[in-house]
Write a protein that binds this ligand. Structure first.
Ligand code: SAH
Ligand code: SF4
Length: 359
């Protein structure tokens, strides 16, 4: 008979760990002590938990697993952005990014290896979905990033804008947020988290019920159903109108807004008529628009608009009362910018590999 895999410390909430500690006949305070080692003190092995008795450390190693992704690449951009390639036990890899800024520091985290959504301008989409990440793997990126950047005990923001579609891996994503929220760990407030999604309507409605509610960013990218369907395939199931309706009923906190991300593709969705349609579409939604000039890449069949075209769209929106920002592209020299996250050693003979080889 095969033995069950031991519980993995990286996946356990404090309540789970307290339960395990009780069933192991250990005093209850040990749970918080171990939890803090993982989520506050950056331990990656039981051996590092130096204030636990040696016998206890040996017992924990025998009875619990403790997975931490390993850093296989660490690249620093000229603008200070840092991209880590992390590898999990099954050798699958993802990328996550540190975006330094004053006053706030941001970690951009992945939720899946690859992505099933297939947006036409996104390299991750070209990989297809390889697998979902677990909650511990999503939150583990934050442990690794916070340790690598010396921010373990400092405030930071999280954006779920790395590889993958967070609402397609809903339960693990929400559980990861719960792990990061634990007061005895990072104690990350939900308002420091932004979840970016392509807009899977039933999951948006589910998100609207969550006790730990992140800020919401919707990847809109288009102003007509046909135009969006041609660049964001899930539109065929959940159309623009349904997404915007879901946003209208989404509980947005006072003084807060939903961000609508809009990747500008030259000659495709960057006309002034698009800008005017966008304002109309978002009428009645507590919205702000984040324009993202395309980060072009070989194999992506679109061009980045000129700065003048980007400015014209931004001005048209602003003139009609829309709050608008243009996303500065960070880390392009190390391919850490939006939509440039792709792991070159993905599946054998995957589209990603073929593409990566061309880069
Ligand atoms: N799957 C989620 C979150 C990850 S993508 C989503 O799509 O929202 C994060 C952001 O990067 C999205 O707004 C996405 O549209 C954008 N993006 C993808 N490819 C890009 C590219 N080549 N250039 C600029 N932004 C891109
Ligand atoms: Fe997936 Fe987001 Fe890329 Fe679309 S833009 S393929 S949803 S990661």
């Amino acid at each position: 008979m095969q033995r069950d895999a031991p519980p993995d410390l990286a996946e356990l909430t404090l309540a789970d760990l307290e339960q395990w500690v009780a069933s192991a006949g250990l005093p209850r305070y040990r749970a918080a002590q171990i939890f803090q080692w993982v989520w506050r003190r950056g331990a990656t092995s039981f051996d590092a938990m130096s204030d636990l008795p040696r016998e206890l450390r040996a017992r924990l190693s025998a009875e619990l697993a403790f997975s931490t992704p390993t850093v296989v690449r660490d690249e620093l951009s000229v603008d200070g952005t840092r991209k880590l390639v992390l590898r999990f036990a099954d050798r699958r890899e993802i990328e996550c990014v540190f975006i330094p800024d004053t006053p706030s520091q941001t970690f951009c985290v992945s939720t899946q290896v690859g992505c099933a959504m297939g947006c036409a301008f996104c390299l991750t989409g070209r990989m297809g979905l390889v697998r979902h990440l677990t909650a511990g793997e999503i939150a583990g990126q934050v442990r690794v990033l916070a340790t690598a950047t010396g921010l373990l005990d400092r405030a930071f923001n999280i954006v779920l804008m790395g590889m993958g579609e967070p609402l397609h891996n809903y339960d693990a994503t929400m559980r990861a947020l719960a792990l990061l929220h634990e007061p005895k760990g990072f104690a990350l407030p939900p308002k420091r988290v932004t979840l970016s999604t392509v807009g899977l309507v039933p999951m948006l409605d589910r998100l609207a019920q969550e006790p730990l509610m992140p800020n919401l960013a919707i990847s809109l990218h288009a102003t007509t159903e046909a135009q969006r369907a041609s660049i964001v395939p899930p539109t065929k199931k959940y159309g623009l109108a349904a997404i915007v309706e879901a946003c209208r009923r989404f509980p947005v906190a006072k003084r807060s807004r939903i961000t609508f991300e809009y990747v500008l593709l030259a000659g495709v969705n960057d006309s002034l008529a698009d800008a005017r349609r966008l304002v109309k579409l978002l009428d009645g939604v507590k919205a702000k628009v984040n324009l993202i000039p395309l980060n072009a890449a070989p194999g992506i069949p679109f061009d980045r608009p000129t700065d003048a075209a980007v400015d014209a769209v931004a001005r048209t929106l602003a003139d009609r009362g829309m709050t608008v920002s243009v996303r500065r592209s960070r880390g392009r020299d190390i391919r850490a910018a939006c939509g440039q996250l792709i792991v070159e050693s993905g599946r054998t003979k995957s589209a990603a590999q073929t593409l990566a080889a061309a880069l």
